[in-house]
Design a protein around this ligand. Structure first.
Ligand SMILES: NC(=O)c1ccc[n+]([C@@H]2O[C@H](COP(=O)([O-])OP(=O)(O)OC[C@H]3O[C@@H](n4cnc5c(N)ncnc54)[C@H](OP(=O)(O)O)[C@@H]3O)[C@@H](O)[C@H]2O)c1
Length: 233
């Protein structure tokens, strides 16, 4: 059994790499930090996913390998800011969180693989302080859905807040913040279950769903009160 994991050097990706290694998988990892990849992967490719030419080279190198599981996990969040982000920062988020995925899959034969996309609950709400991140993850949901409806084996996972490097510098309240090992266990179960749409924790998901049912002008008033944005101030 063979698994390819992007972002296998840290956080969720590293934990998943460790798990699949203990289950006897041959683990292929992609990230920028070679030393950290070496710790958990049998084979690894040092690649900056914001450089799509580099990603294409890796994709070609992997074109003759059949993977049982491909976990598209690597991602970056834009700094949670009230500002309207400069295009360079905005584009980098889309390159890493979305376009690199297509560039990576381009030369890989994934028709018989299970594709796992790590999106985010942030994709369900266009939060005023994470313009690029929310938009990139919502686009990812649509991308995953297209492949699913095309008949590919796809698992889309939408986590809430998890304790990793990504969240360690957040200086705002993170509801239902999860421990990394607990979140990894839940992600592994979701991958095994074969259901397409997997938001978690469910309590947080239902709150977001309820909020989404409110009229848009009321949602805007609430967000304006509780999430300050300099875009309009
Ligand atoms: N943590 C959360 O609260 C949370 C919530 C919802 C969704 N998610 C999603 O879960 C996924 C994993 O997040 P995490 O919390 O585990 O983040 P993390 O601890 O910051 O790890 C991110 C991983 O992505 C890799 N990566 C980042 N930029 C890269 C680049 N330019 N090129 C290659 N690799 C790159 C990093 O490797 P190198 O630095 O070695 O390159 C690292 O292995 C992301 O897609 C994230 O959006 C996280």
């Amino acid at each position: 059994m063979r698994v390819l994991i992007t972002g296998a050097s840290r956080g969720i990706g590293k934990n998943l790499a460790k798990y699949y290694k203990t289950k006897g998988y041959e683990v292929y990892g992609i990230a920028r930090d070679a030393e950290k990849l070496k710790e958990v992967c049998d084979n690894y490719y040092v690649c900056d996913l914001s450089n799509l030419d580099e990603v294409s080279i890796v994709s070609k190198k992997l074109s003759n390998i059949k993977f049982d599981l491909i976990i598209l996990n690597a991602g970056i969040s834009s700094p949670h800011s009230r500002d309207f982000p400069p295009i360079e920062a905005f584009k980098k988020v889309f390159d890493v969180n979305l376009l690199s995925i297509h560039a990576l899959l381009e030369h890989i034969d994934f028709k018989d693989s299970k594709l796992v996309f790590i999106s985010s609950l942030a994709s369900l709400l266009g939060a005023p302080t994470s313009l690029a991140y929310s938009a990139s993850k919502r686009a990812l949901n649509s991308y995953a859905e297209s492949l699913y409806f095309a008949g590919i084996d796809v698992v889309l996972i939408l986590p809430g807040f998890i304790k990793t490097d990504m969240t360690k510098n957040h200086n705002f309240y993170m509801p239902f913040l999860m421990d990394l090992d607990e979140a990894t266990k839940r992600i592994v179960k979701m991958i095994e279950k074969d259901k397409f749409f997997n938001p978690f924790p469910l309590r947080f998901y239902y709150i977001i769903k309820l909020f989404s049912l409110l009229p848009n002008n009321l949602k805007r008033k609430i967000l304006k009160k509780y999430v300050k944005s300099d875009i309009v101030e």
